[in-house]
Design a protein around this ligand. Structure first.
Ligand code: DAH
Length: 358
């Protein structure tokens, strides 16, 4: 191989070995720079005779062109490689699914409360909300459960400290205090409309529209196991008028249960019981005629004819006004409707459980 071919070959090899544009420029200088191989070869021509200069010059030029071509090829190759690497690094997978906001939903107990409100609403019941921190009067005494009454022991609760006499001092153990709160407000309003004032202890025996209300909400007791939670829900119902009786309770509650469970052949049983604020009192049991719970009696509510002392505490004359009340457990209704067997699941806040109801 002649000398020039060796130079071209060496140049190609060192360009090929250059891994970056900077290395390539260094390699270029070795061959095409001011003191590079080609320049040296050119300088070496000075001593040659004129005829030889011509052919030698042409040959060196060819070698120079070959080296420049190799240099450009390598430059292009390095630039291409860099572009590829950059494209690779910034690659976007356009087939990936987009980021989405999680879809929220109502809690199964909220869904149940909404359902209860809708059904009673369609039967003309108002919906009332009341305080969760109650006074002893509304939670117990006004409901015919004076201090030291044995029924209080079943309603052990959480007491809050301090406060003046008759200030809110406990977490309500049931929604029944709303019977008194709502009825008193109702009676006050109608006495004001009639121009007959309200004084504590005076009993109203005039005419007024019926009281028909449900009061759903949170309630509290010192209780915790698979079917009891220290915080749970109740929904109170109250219907008071001049001629409202137990048969109305039976009719309304049967209608409610059949609508709630979407089961026309559902059977109800009113089992005699005791509550201080009703007389007579009954526990309400339901029995499904189909589905997984067929045949079993399941307790869903306490109920009864409002006790005359309670009617008095509403500011009404019990000789003129009577009615019925009931208190049910929406948590339990939700368990029955959705087939859930541990109440605590509702309040653990586990998204995997709760998202099943969305
Ligand atoms: N408040 C009662 C309880 O928590 C339930 C109850 C029973 C409510 C009878 C009523 C009723 O309105 O009439 O155990």
């Amino acid at each position: 191989m002649n000398e020039l071919n060796v130079v071209v070959d060496n140049a190609r090899t060192s360009f090929q070995q250059a891994a970056t544009p900077a290395e390539l420029e260094n390699a270029k200088a070795l061959f095409l720079g001011k003191s590079g191989r080609i320049t040296e070869l050119m300088k070496g021509m000075v001593a040659l005779p004129v005829e030889e200069k011509k052919s030698r010059g042409a040959a060196i030029n060819l070698a120079k062109q070959a080296i420049e071509a190799a240099l450009n090829d390598r430059r292009q190759a390095l630039a291409d490689a860099e572009l590829q690497a950059q494209l690779q690094a910034e690659a976007l997978d356009v087939t990936l699914p987009g980021r989405q906001r999680g879809q929220g939903g109502l809690h199964p107990v909220s869904l149940t409360l909404e359902r209860i409100e809708a059904i009673f609403g369609s039967m003309g019941f108002d919906v009332a909300q009341g305080p969760e921190i109650e006074t002893d009067w509304f939670n117990f005494t006004a409901l015919n459960t004076p201090e030291d009454h044995p029924a209080r022991s079943m309603h052990d609760t959480f007491y809050v400290e301090g406060g003046a006499a008759n200030a809110p001092n406990l977490l309500r153990t049931h929604t029944s205090p709303m019977q008194i709160r709502y009825a008193v407000q109702h009676v006050k309003q109608h006495r004001a409309a009639l121009g007959s004032g309200w004084t504590d202890g005076s009993l109203f025996s005039g005419s007024m529209p019926e009281i028909r209300v449900i009061a759903p909400g949170r309630t509290y007791r010192v209780d915790s196991d698979a079917t009891h939670s220290p915080m749970f829900h109740q929904c109170e119902g109250l219907w008071v008028g001049e001629n409202v009786s137990f048969k109305d309770l039976k009719f309304v509650f049967t209608d409610f249960c059949r609508t709630f469970f979407e089961s026309d052949d559902l059977v109800l049983r009113f089992r005699p019981s005791f509550f201080p604020f009703t007389e007579p009192s009954a526990e309400i049991d339901i029995q499904f005629q189909s589905g997984p719970l067929t045949g079993r009696w399941l307790e869903v509510a306490g109920s009864g004819q409002v006790h005359p002392n309670v009617v008095r505490n509403m500011g009404l004359d019990p000789e003129k006004y009577m009615g019925f009340a009931f208190g049910m457990g929406p948590d339990r209704l939700a368990m029955l409707r959705y087939g859930v067997n541990d109440l605590r699941l509702f309040f653990d806040g586990d998204i995997r459980f709760l998202s099943q109801f969305v």
